[in-house]
Design a protein around this ligand. Structure first.
Ligand SMILES: *Cc1c(COP(=O)(O)O)cnc(C)c1O
Length: 372
């Protein structure tokens, strides 16, 4: 009798794997259709910018060599962008990698971490893998303008002397909801210094409001703050996997102890470095998202669905009935969106904002699916 489950580390035995968006190739293979579109993983519909593509082609000649383990050039550029010391930066294989490093470096069985009920799905996975206790704080209730969003008071109530990490996503995925600067800053300031706050800003480039909080400005005043950013969303590099954390240099030093030596590959380092300079691509990305958000919101207003407010590149809708048949009917029309049953939101779907043509097709597929 071979029972791997009994051999696994106890926290791993009960871990639920992350559920990714369905890949295009898989849909086309399984359903025998072509020309399908994926608006399921909040990727950039304009793709990768010209500067990053050129840097990639150039870097391809050097992949026989190990990458720069310390990511010198990328860290220098990020340090300039954020006006911080390179010693405050931790590079990751996607910001997901950084989130896992934070859990590995600061959580043990017996310690605790807090996240919001509908906070990003990686948080409970990263917490539980360490054996620490994951405490989900209730989300803001139905009827609240930011329903399903982070309830900072509820999160604060889950914090105790064993809490080492609190995860906050702003804006949050999958809800799209956000937190304003004053309450967020007050929440961070009120936490004990024995608790790190991870402020996940994966979508921050999409937010237009100049009053929107930028965690990178608070690092000096808040030594227990860790801000994470990603190149996967607005920068259009999801497939390469690059993200980073900004933190107190001693926190970065600890994260670097658990970091795999070559966690960010040389193509990713080169492309991310170049993408930072591609302001034109970033501007175009944001403009397409703004227009797409308007298009989606006006299209959705004609359909029998509830709409969550969003400042990301996606919108969460409430189908007011089980969403899986709606999802499946959209798949059959070649449109992949994201069911969020893994968040205990069985009636909801998350729609990534695409190009104008993609949005039109998604709205049409949704309308037809809801009419069944
Ligand atoms: C997409 C996403 C990330 C992770 O992205 P990476 O591809 O790992 O950089 C992190 N946080 C949130 C809230 C996200 O939606």
């Amino acid at each position: 009798m071979f029972s791997p489950k009994d051999l696994a580390a106890p926290p791993v035995r009960t871990l639920a794997p992350y559920v990714p968006g369905k890949p295009l190739e898989e849909l086309e293979r399984e359903y025998g259709i072509r020309d399908s579109i994926k608006l399921a993983s909040n990727e950039n519909p304009l793709g990768t910018g010209k500067l990053a593509l050129a840097a990639l082609a150039k870097a391809a000649g050097d992949i026989a060599l190990y990458p720069d383990s310390n990511g010198f050039a990328l860290k220098q550029a990020l340090a300039r962008k954020h006006d911080c010391d390179p010693a405050c930066i931790t590079l990751g294989n996607g910001s997901n990698d950084v989130l896992v490093m934070i859990a590995e470096a600061f959580l043990t069985p017996g310690s605790e971490a807090v996240y919001s009920q509908y906070g990003f799905a990686i948080y409970p996975i990263a917490i539980q893998a360490t054996g620490a206790t994951a405490r989900a704080a209730s989300a803001l209730p139905a009827g609240h303008p930011m329903a399903l969003g982070h309830d900072l008071d509820a999160m604060r109530r889950e914090v105790n002397e064993r809490t080492r990490v609190v995860f906050v996503a702003n804006p949050n995925n999958p809800t799209g909801t956000w937190l304003e600067a004053a309450p967020l800053r007050a929440f961070i300031d009120a936490l004990p210094r024995s608790t790190l706050v991870v402020l996940d800003e994966a979508y921050t480039e999409y937010v237009r409001d100049p009053a929107f909080p930028n965690g990178s400005y608070w690092l000096t005043a808040c030594p227990n703050l860790v801000v994470t950013r990603s190149f996967s969303k607005a920068y259009g590099l999801a497939g390469l996997r690059v993200g980073y954390a900004l933190s107190h240099p001693e926190v970065a030093g600890l994260l670097n102890r658990v970091r795999q030596a070559f966690n960010v590959n040389s193509l990713a380092l080169a492309a991310a470095r170049a993408a930072l300079d591609d302001e034109e691509h970033l501007r175009a990305t944001i403009a397409v998202n703004d227009a797409g958000m308007q298009q989606l919101l006006s299209g959705l207003a004609q359909l029998p669905v509830g709409i969550s407010p969003s400042r990301g590149n996606f919108v969460l809708i409430d189908c007011r009935r089980p969403a899986l048949p709606v999802y499946d009917a959209m798949l059959r029309q070649g449109v992949i969106v994201r069911p969020v049953g893994n968040y205990q939101l069985p009636n909801h779907l998350r729609l990534t904002i695409g190009t104008q043509a993609q949005n039109r097709r998604m709205l049409e597929a949704l309308r037809a699916a809801l009419a069944i």
